[in-house]
Design a protein around this ligand. Structure first.
Ligand code: ASP
Ligand code: MG
Length: 405
């Protein structure tokens, strides 16, 4: 069997944790399995590196940021290979160049395009554990790129797909996927199983447990994922196409408190305006989330559009819109970072009326005002004040899963 195991930052946070992971990988190897290990940077390394860069230059060139951030993963894979060697287990660490993890050229948010399998295959054939840097890639200019924060999950799934692995296990510091972040909601429950679609929506809406693109890729290539703890032997959560557990109304509540709202006022009410606005942002790699367009003002023939972006992109987005004011035809643009996105996700809501009402009632009971609402077939998202975010998640979780005792 070929098993891909991915360990997050906290799982390799210090010497003891590294030895613990090495032991787990060695056990798998000793069963006769082929093992590919994908690692994140140790602990909060990536945050620290970013902080160092910002202290020198708040708008550091993205290429150089990637050059810097890739050192984090390079450190952890080398230490893991050293740890395995100390246990007498043959192992080799490889970075994105050595594997050749080819990506698109966008620094800081690259997408994997093609993974060369030869080197990994060769090392596996000579019975080594292969340890690969997560999160990083190489672009056509021969530079390092990174896949976006949390991107090591995507490296792991991509490797599992490319190598036709028998299992892809994502090890983290919690026991699996929960009905809400257990740090925010005390009685959050661990899910036994969840579908790719539900997991994708939860991950996109702020559940930090998996990188959303890793779920997208797992679905595309049919890679079943297991999310479990590196610190115990509990079963974890299986992410797959169809789940058989008793249908719950919703699978989880997610909070994203890194969003910002941009409102563009006085746009001409004519065809092509939304295209111009969002194309300007897309060309600059700014991801847009919830979009709300007002009904046009008959008298002035204008309309307003509000949407959310990641708060890191808000300044760039606003200045881009300002710069293109005439071309996009708008009167003014404002932004607001005092917002949180709260979402519920669940395949059960398609066939059960009243799910939205139940969510809104929970917010009403807490006196929380809703700023914007957006829905998909299996998701409802509301925008609330940032300071209300955690309260909202708890209230909604209580409404659907029962109150904390
Ligand atoms: N080290 C990177 C980050 O902190 C990638 C990852 O952990 O998946 O975002
Ligand atoms: Mg992660």
């Amino acid at each position: 069997m070929l098993i891909v195991k991915k360990f997050g930052g906290t799982s390799v946070g210090d010497k003891d944790r590294i030895m613990n992971v090495a032991k787990r990988c060695a056990e798998e190897y000793q069963k006769g399995n082929n093992v590919v290990v994908v690692l994140s940077a140790m602990g909060k390394t990536t945050d620290l590196l970013l902080k160092q860069a910002r202290e020198i230059h708040p708008k550091a060139p993205k290429r150089e940021l990637d050059m810097l951030l890739t050192t984090g993963e390079q450190t952890s894979v080398a230490l893991m290979a050293i740890a395995l060697d100390s246990m007498g287990i043959p192992a080799i660490s490889l970075n994105a160049f050595q594997v050749a993890m080819n990506t698109t050229s966008v620094y800081g948010n690259a997408r994997l395009k093609k993974i060369d399998k030869e080197r990994i295959q060769h090392e596996l054939n000579s019975r080594k554990i292969v340890i690969v840097t997560g999160f990083q890639g190489v672009n056509k200019y021969g530079d390092y790129t990174t896949l976006g924060r949390g991107g090591s999950d995507t490296t792991a799934v991509a490797l599992a797909a490319a190598l036709h692995a028998d299992a892809c296990e994502i090890y983290t510091d919690v026991d699996g996927v929960f009905t809400a972040d257990p740090r925010i909601v005390k009685n959050a429950r661990k899910l036994k199983e969840i579908t790719y679609d539900e997991m994708l929506d939860l991950a996109t809406c702020g559940a930090g447990v998996l990188h959303n693109r890793s779920v997208e890729m797992a679905k595309k290539y049919g890679v079943p994922l297991v999310v479990r703890s590196s610190l115990n032997d509990h079963e974890g959560t299986i992410v797959k196409e169809v789940t058989n557990v008793e249908k719950m109304l919703i699978s989880g509540v997610a909070l994203d408190d890194h969003a910002a709202r941009i409102s563009v006022m006085g746009l001409k009410d004519e065809p092509g305006i939304a295209f111009k606005l969002f194309n300007t942002l897309a060309k600059n790699n700014i991801n847009v989330d919830i979009i709300l367009q007002s009904i046009g003002r008959e008298s002035e023939r204008t309309k307003d559009i509000s949407f959310t972006v990641n708060e890191e992109d808000v300044e760039t987005a606003v200045s881009l819109i300002e710069e293109n004011k005439e071309r996009i035809t708008l009167k003014s643009v404002t932004s607001n970072c005092d917002i949180a996105k709260v979402s519920i996700v669940g395949a059960g809501m398609t066939s059960n009326p009243g799910v939205a009402a139940k969510m809104f009632e929970a917010l009403f009971n807490m006196g929380i005002n809703i700023n914007m609402i957006s829905t998909s077939e299996i998701r409802i998202t509301v925008l609330v004040k940032r300071s209300d975010g955690e309260k909202a998640v708890n209230a909604i979780h209580d409404a659907f899963f029962g109150e904390t005792d």
